[in-house]
Ligand binder design. Structure first.
Ligand code: MEV
Length: 424
């Protein structure tokens, strides 16, 4: 599979067929992706409470992604225009620099146990550490399946919280390798089951037992080089675009108000793939922003610098607790088909691709912001949504959208006037 030229111009059903053909998707998976089948209300009824139906989002496919030398088509579920196009465009520019290079840590999650009512936190901490191998052995007896798959309890740390509104207490961090599962259930079960033992050893009381979404031991990393020559467009030289992107990043690196928006741009890409694959995007959001503030000051998750040859190099490292087994990734037919489409072999590979998309999305936004501004590219896509909101149907949608863009007035009242004129 090479770059799919003209993918954008294909009619929607043909796009779906093309993707299925390229990835050898079975008909049931194709149906789950192209809108003809998908999550039924009956299936949904087994997922959450008080179900009355389902809620759809557009599902796009980002093209041009080369990740560690492998071509990947990336499913993205998102309501915002420009995101899929932005990621695909920057993935195309990244190819001349070798595409995205990714890596990841072992999939280790942290389970937290809050130990209170201790007479002496210092000696209780050491008592726990003295029994480390016994505690880990018992922890590994809790879920034999995950252990058989190569995961399980790896280690634990005991932190002393010196100063809190309830005084001193201990926090035990159980480090648990969850392999291809997101792992919330495995971790939460392990911490709950270990509580009596921890209470026996410390003489205290285990209060909360829950995973931490600051999954800083389960990170994924992506790096990409953009040749300066690839960055030039219209009236901008490659050097101007490169330096503009670096200055935009410097703003986010130095200022939390900008960093929040900068990171939101990263999360536009990240969340869309997380959602498409049935993963918990609130967990990913929580982890991302806590990680961005880990130094005590909230900052950019990515970096943008120039290399010795003067090319633009971007990096992104962030927590990425996603799974390819269990939970909605298995139950939701569209999530299952989305995972098949990506042809990923493990949760780590999925995490790495998601991080590459986050990096691509980030540079797409910075490139636009540092040059012509975000609105030009955004407006033509946004105009279609405004046209639909004004009541345009079929061919009217494109025609109204074009008129709104050429009038440089993408507003619902104007769209209604244009539509009335067209019809009248
Ligand atoms: C909009 O959804 C995302 C951006 O605001 C990101 C950014 O400012 O870097 C364009």
């Amino acid at each position: 599979m090479t770059r799919i030229s003209g993918f954008y111009n294909l009619p929607q059903p043909e796009r779906a067929r093309k993707v299925a053909e390229l990835t050898q998707l079975d008909p049931a998976s194709l149906a789950a992706l192209d809108g003809s089948a998908g999550l039924t209300a009956e299936q949904a009824d087994h997922m959450i409470e008080n179900v009355i139906g389902t809620h759809n989002l557009p599902l796009g496919v980002a093209v041009n992604f080369l990740v560690n030398g492998r071509e990947v088509l990336v499913p993205m579920a998102i309501e915002e225009p420009s995101v899929v196009a932005g990621a695909s465009f920057m993935a195309k520019l990244a190819r001349a620099g070798g595409g995205f290079h990714t890596s990841s840590s072992e999939p280790q999650m942290i389970g937290q146990m809050q130990i209170v009512d201790l007479v002496d936190v210092y000696s209780a901490r050491l008592a726990l550490l003295e029994q480390k191998s016994r505690i880990l052995e018992i922890a590994n007896g809790i879920d034999p399946i995950i252990v058989k798959l190569g995961g399980g309890a790896r280690d634990f740390e005991v932190r002393i919280i010196e100063d809190s509104p309830i005084g001193k207490f201990l926090v035990l961090h159980l480090i648990y390798d969850t392999r291809d599962a997101m792992g919330a259930n495995a971790i939460n079960t392990a911490t709950e089951k270990l509580s009596p033992l921890v209470e026996e050893i410390t003489g205290g009381r285990v209060h909360l037992r829950i995973l931490s979404n600051l999954a800083d031991r389960r990170t994924a990393r992506a790096r990409a080089t953009f040749l300066t020559s690839e960055l030039a467009f219209e009236g901008y030289t490659g050097e101007q675009v490169r330096d503009g992107i670096i200055a935009a990043w410097a703003f986010a690196a130095a200022d939390p108000y900008r960093a929040a928006t900068h990171n939101k741009g990263i999360m536009n890409g990240v969340d869309a793939v997380v959602l498409a694959t049935g993963n918990d995007w609130r967990a990913i959001e929580a982890g991302a922003h806590a990680y961005a503030a880990r130094s005590g000051r909230y900052t950019s998750l990515s970096t943008w610098r120039k290399d010795a040859q003067g090319n633009l190099v971007g990096t992104l490292e962030m927590p990425m607790a996603v799974g390819t087994v269990g939970g909605a990734t298995r139950v939701h037919p569209t999530a299952r088909a989305a995972l098949k489409l990506m042809q990923v072999q493990s949760a780590r590979e999925l995490a790495e691709i998601i991080t590459a998309v986050g990096l691509a999305q980030n540079v797409a936004a910075l490139r636009a912001l540092a040059t012509e501004g975000i609105q030009r590219g955004h407006m033509s896509l946004h105009a279609r949504q405004v046209a639909v909101a004004a009541g345009a149907v079929g061919n009217e949608i494109e025609a109204v959208a074009r008129q709104l863009v050429s009038d440089k007035t993408v507003r619902i009242d104007h769209a209604e006037q244009v539509l009335a004129r067209m019809r009248g």
